[in-house]
Ligand binder design. Structure first.
Ligand SMILES: Nc1ncnc2c1ncn2[C@@H]1O[C@H](COP(=O)(O)OP(=O)(O)OP(=O)(O)O)[C@@H](O)[C@H]1O
Ligand SMILES: [Mg+2]
Length: 324
């Protein structure tokens, strides 16, 4: 069983513009709404991979209702914890030259009573799962929640034999690591902030990966955009690197979420470290080809699996700096 937890979910609104003009009135050629937040993207990709994920998160107001309806339309099981605040809307502005600007709302504050209801629901779901659950925590914490809240949830999940994947940034990631998640996947920027080191090349990437594991992760991957992924599994003594076919066509927003879905699927199905990395990388690349974040197609994932190159990392001065 997969549980994709969204503490600060969103409706994604995608606006297509010829050119975004700052300080001016801009008229969008196209506006499309879709269920969003990182956990929704993870659930969508897990569904495409053939799993039957459950999305668990807060939902409030008309945006919350649209989010829940959109997930159900995609045949994703939903456990929505009702809140008084309005679920946020995140903007993704795509210009004709494929430049992407994201504007993320902070999200509504969560009341103490709402948080308690969420926690009780989370524990009930884990308790009634016949087999150990694979729990994916993705994204930011809503305003007002303690920064170590992921650590609290990770301990609760572990107490019920769950396997935990964490995709967060800043303090939420740092403090979450202290609870020993089974896997984390920072992107380059998140890994650099966490470690205080800059990743210029594969040697730096390997050092930072080890640092992330020293901070508490049992296994970790750092995604490097078009430069691929470095990863070290719990089972493997060596670091692997995936090199991916670079995509320039459209927005790659959500590729990290798709990657996390691939790693979650691989963990639950006990794929080998090489196969896990191949699948996760293919999910990330396929997301770049999709109509919207999380909507990677099964055929693209299958095709990309054959095009991804996985090697043992030889830490050298190979440039891995990337542009999205
Ligand atoms: N331009 C690209 N071309 C090919 N593959 C890409 C590209 N961008 C991303 N990917 C694939 O997706 C993976 C995740 O991308 P990235 O490191 O940008 O994640 P991220 O910043 O966490 O994304 P998000 O948080 O928006 O989901 C990469 O490791 C790579 O496999
Ligand atoms: Mg990410």
């Amino acid at each position: 069983m997969f549980v994709c937890v969204s503490l600060n979910p969103a409706v994604d609104k995608c606006l297509a513009l010829a050119v975004l003009q700052l300080g001016k009135v801009n008229r969008a050629a196209k506006a499309e709404g879709a269920p969003g937040g990182k956990a929704a993207h993870v659930a969508m990709v897990l569904k495409t991979l053939g799993a039957d994920p459950l999305w668990l998160g807060f939902a409030g107001g008309s945006a919350g209702a649209a989010l829940v309806a959109g997930l159900r339309e995609l045949q994703i099981k939903v456990e929505a914890v009702a809140i008084a605040g309005e679920t946020r809307t995140n903007l993704e502005i795509i210009e004709d030259d494929a430049r992407v600007t994201e504007v993320l709302e902070p999200g509504p504050a969560i009341a103490e009573e709402e948080l308690q209801r969420f926690q009780a629901t989370f524990q009930r779901i884990l308790a009634k799962s016949a087999e150990p659950a694979t729990v994916v925590f993705s994204g930011s914490l809503p305003p007002g929640l303690p920064s170590d809240y992921y650590a609290t949830l990770i301990r609760l999940a572990h107490a019920q034999r769950g396997r935990v994947l964490l995709d967060a940034s800043g303090e939420a990631l740092k403090l979450g690591l202290a609870a020993g998640p089974d896997f984390v996947k920072p992107n380059q920027h998140e890994a650099e902030s966490l470690s205080g080191s800059t990743i210029h090349d594969t040697a730096c990437a390997e050092e930072v990966l080890q640092r992330v594991m020293q901070l508490g992760a049992k296994a970790a991957a750092i995604s490097l955009g078009a430069a691929g992924i470095v990863w070290r599994s719990e089972r493997d003594e060596q670091t692997l690197i995936a090199r991916v076919p670079k995509q320039v066509s459209r927005s790659c927003v959500g590729s990290g979420d798709a990657t996390v879905a691939g790693f979650a699927y691989a963990a639950a199905h006990a794929l080998s470290p090489v196969e896990a990395l191949r699948l996760a990388s293919a999910c990330g690349v396929a997301n770049c080809l999709a109509v919207a974040p999380g909507r990677a197609r099964a055929a693209d994932i299958a095709r990309m699996k054959d095009l991804v190159r996985v090697d043992t990392l030889v830490a050298e001065r190979e440039d891995v700096r990337h542009a999205k």
